[in-house]
Design a protein around this ligand. Structure first.
Ligand code: MG
Length: 289
């Protein structure tokens, strides 16, 4: 099941979208009395695939604008760096990695604020006064449904509400210059997300294709099977001492093929179009402005 946030006649609505991507059902018609946003829905429906039952023909999606499915969070997104084997090698060899290990011995977790989130077709600002080395990172994002602390790996998938697509846009010069990654990851518009959240039953997150094109050139084409630390390990690691809450987002890392992996590097510039597709979720496409 696909659950999106759309804008119709200036108003935001949380909706279920059909498999063809052509029709939608307003959650307010599916859950009597519901008037909230996606974060409210996640908190109210821990098992959406079982609890949300659209009825009737729905309405045409054409004419509605897709927004980021989750554009309000209770706190920062959690993200994971250097989490694909081939990407860890390319990053270490790029000259932009300030850490010592090629393959990390434990997940490299950082955050970016929710203020970075933009929709699946919104512009990414190029921030020319701040960075000259902007890069893309195609990533599978996990949305937590059931919270908890000390979640065991074997129980981890029961805490997942769904999955979406994220571009972890990064200013490489800031990432390198400041040692700590927060500034380079957190510029406004640096987190395109969407086109919707698919519920946890919709994909096999351990075997899912992740692709990224820049101006129609295929740059990243990998499978989540190449992850160094899998989703249960990430959930167990973060929740060990931080209580995960419904609506938390864990962005799992990017595979090989980012701009700094090329010699010379291929940085993004104004006018470039970045398209990211994740199997059985969907596609986001954002132009650099
Ligand atoms: Mg990343």
């Amino acid at each position: 099941m696909r659950i999106a946030t759309i804008e119709v006649q200036g108003a935001s609505r949380v909706v279920i979208v059909d498999e063809a991507g052509e029709r939608y059902w307003d959650i307010a018609d599916v859950v009597p009395g519901f008037a909230g946003d996606m974060l409210d829905l996640i908190k109210a429906t821990p098992h959406p695939a079982q609890q949300l039952k659209p009825a009737g023909p729905g309405q045409p999606l054409a004419g509605a604008r897709l927004k980021a499915p989750l554009n309000r969070l209770d706190r920062n997104l959690f993200l994971v760096g250097k989490n694909y084997h081939e990407h860890a090698k390319e990053f270490s060899g790029s000259g932009f990695d300030s850490s010592a290990q090629v393959v990390p011995s434990a997940p490299n977790v950082f955050t970016k604020p929710a203020s970075t989130i933009v929709g699946p077709h919104d512009a990414i600002e190029s921030h020319p006064a701040v960075t000259q080395q902007m890069d893309y990172e195609a990533e599978l994002a996990v949305v937590i449904g059931k919270g908890g602390r000390g979640i065991r790996k074997e129980d981890a998938y029961a805490h997942v509400w769904g999955y979406t697509v994220v571009n972890d846009v990064t200013a490489r010069d800031l990432q390198k210059q400041h040692g700590q990654w927060f500034l380079g990851k957190s510029l406004d518009t640096f987190c395109p997300m969407g086109p919707w959240i698919v519920t946890a039953d919709a994909i096999d997150p351990a075997n899912t294709r992740v692709q990224c094109w820049v101006n129609e050139e295929l740059r990243q084409d990998a499978n989540t099977a190449d992850l160094i630390f899998d989703i249960p390990t990430l959930i167990a690691t973060i929740s060990a001492g931080i209580e995960l809450k419904p609506g938390d987002v864990i962005v799992t890392g990017t595979p090989v093929g980012v701009g700094i992996g090329f010699k010379p590097p291929k940085f993004l510039k104004a006018g470039d179009v970045v398209r990211i597709a994740i199997e059985n979720i969907g596609t986001i496409e954002n132009r650099v402005r």
